[in-house]
Write a protein that binds this ligand. Structure first.
Ligand SMILES: [Zn+2]
Length: 336
């Protein structure tokens, strides 16, 4: 019978006496392997956001295809701005208060209007720590995103301050006030199909905007940059990707990587998840330890994907223990 990687233990389990410590460690582990660069930086800190037009009244601010470092200030995720007759609609707020404030200013300039709505695609810090640039009452996310940010936000914050330092000054965790559920929300002539799903984390939001045909996938899709898996359930993620691939979109905006008219981001993300799971399971079945598994050869087709080895190593670090806990007798099992 083939071995698969099961869902990792639920860090939200309130019965776990070490829950708080685990949550903090889990959050720190998300960014801790990203070694900070302790170089002097005299230039004034500004993100100098450069919007790229996707469609009439639709722009993307492309994140750097890198890990979070001091040099990039954490600006590695894609952000989308949509114009509507009611005001600007923002999808994800970026990594820091400074970014959020610059983003809000840019959105007002581009649209000539105030902010009507902000959506968060998931709780990872590169997507949500700019929330302070916006009124909390206008920030919306699925319940699981709000809960995840509540549980993990302070741990993410510690790690982000450690790495991005001055970029993070004044940044605090701000929880969304509006809960997103499945359905269509019409904001100023933009009909947004809200698709709360899961896979990249326990709660992800994809949005399909009917007027422009834009599918904004958040981190459910990566393109030319290796997907991150610290909070992923690979089987669930693949099911969600199957569902998204059936949407007839004009342009797909991934969480990381270029927006394209093809669904290449979905295919590539799916292929990556299938490949790394198969490699990691094979290594486990061969009795290799984690360090040996990290050296495993990656398919040649992934050579052009940014951070392939880096993210594969991180995936081994958190998927291997899950495999050991589920497949080795006694390991990771509670005795009481
Ligand atoms: Zn993410």
């Amino acid at each position: 019978m083939p071995v698969t990687i099961d869902t990792p233990p639920d860090p939200h389990d309130p019965s776990d006496p070490q829950r708080r410590q685990l949550l903090r460690l889990a959050a720190a582990a998300f960014v801790a392997p990203l070694l900070p660069m302790f170089t002097a930086h005299a230039a004034p800190l500004t993100y100098d956001l450069k919007p790229v037009k996707l469609d009439d009244g639709a722009w993307m601010i492309g994140g750097r295809q890198e890990a979070i470092t001091f040099e990039n200030g954490g600006a590695i995720a894609n952000i989308t701005i949509l114009d509507s007759s009611e005001g600007a609609i923002i999808i994800d707020t970026g990594p820091s208060r400074r970014f959020g404030e610059e983003l809000a200013t840019l959105a007002r300039t581009l649209t000539g209007k105030d902010i009507a709505r902000v959506y968060l695609t998931h709780f990872h810090p590169d997507h949500v720590f700019g929330n302070q640039g916006f009124e909390a009452g206008k920030i919306a996310a699925p319940a699981g995103v709000i809960k995840g940010l509540q549980e993990l936000g302070n741990g993410f914050s510690d790690a982000m301050y450690y790495i991005a330092r001055d970029w993070m000054r004044g940044t605090e965790v701000i929880l969304p006030s509006v809960t997103v559920t499945e359905g269509i929300e019409d904001i100023g002539g933009r009909r947004l199909r809200l698709l709360p799903r899961a896979g990249h984390t326990g709660a992800d939001l994809a949005l399909f905007e009917e007027k422009s045909g834009l599918l904004i996938a958040g981190d459910l899709a990566f393109l030319d940059r290796a997907p991150t898996t610290p909070h992923a359930n690979l089987a669930t993620w693949r099911n969600t990707l199957d569902e998204l691939s059936a949407i007839d979109c004009k342009l797909l905006v991934p969480g990381h990587g270029p927006a394209e008219s093809s669904t290449r981001a979905i295919t590539q993300t799916r292929d990556w998840l299938t490949a790394i799971e198969s490699i990691i399971v094979r290594c486990f079945e061969q009795g290799l330890d984690m360090t040996e598994a990290m050296q495993a050869e990656l398919p040649a087709g992934f050579a052009s994907i940014a951070l392939a080895r880096y993210e594969f190593t991180r995936s081994v670090m958190h998927l291997y223990p899950a495999l050991e806990a589920s497949k080795l007798p006694g390991v990771g099992k509670r005795s009481n």
